[in-house]
Ligand binder design. Sequence first.
Ligand code: CP
Ligand code: NVA
Length: 296
Amino acid sequence: MNFLNIDDLTRDELDDVLTRASDLKERTARGKTAEAMNGKTLGMIFEKPSTRTRVSFETGATQLGGHAIFLGPDDIHLGHGEPVRDTARALSRYVDVIMARVFDHADVVELGEYATVPVVNGLTDDAHPCQTLADLLTIKERFDGFDARVAWVGDGNNVCQSFVLGAAMVGLDLVVATPEGYGVDDAVLDRAAELGSAPDVVSDPETALEGADVLYTDVWVSMGEESERAEKLDAFSTAGFQVTEELLGDRLLMHCLPAHRSEEVTDSALESENSIVWDQAENRLHAQKGLLASLL
Ligand code: CP
Ligand code: NVA
């Protein structure tokens, strides 16, 4: 099976991945490796830069007894004339699982159609399901389950869209605040409603934060949106979306990272005691090990 969107998993499969992730996290803490990828290879395609996704997948493969190959934009023919479907079919003859970070979500769908090994979405312009796995693991650890209210304060982007679906699957109480014109796609809200419940949607951060245990934010200008930078910075700052310590209050702060300090979040909020972003980043590693173990 492929993991292109968080809801490619059933609720039971999602629970299974998160349980495996916790077990593997404990195992790693005890200095033990696992065997889920013994003799197996992960191919990692990157059209965009990455710190966490690249390193957590590569390290995760090692910790599972396998191997990972980094395939950056200048390393392979994809993007230089070879079609996605040919890359998918050739790579499938070598590796046991493919992870891809690409711009166009349709490309990861095409990879999934033509590959004969599982394909994992490592972020597209529309979705970041691996991030959602780590986010749910982080919330589950903090709240001993999903009985928490989360306020998304920021862009209705890829990270937000996957989180909306993941939250609906596990029954998290979610409210999404985005400036007018930067909301989550209607199709995602409809899908969330089918999966459990669509989040409350507002355009004011203060309203979103009423009764919230967690504030989750992300950059205002995602990779590939550089031409919209001036316009987006203006819209988000004018609408009061910058996460300061004052806005955060006593809530926990989540951020998928990388953070653009002084844009969506202040340095002091990100460095504050309420910030759990490093635990969240670490959980990318364990959540993806859980995913790889489950897929393989
Ligand atoms: N959160 C996340 O995916 O980070 P990278 O862009 O560093 O991989
Ligand atoms: N929304 C951000 C997430 C980076 C992990 C981006 O797409 O650039």
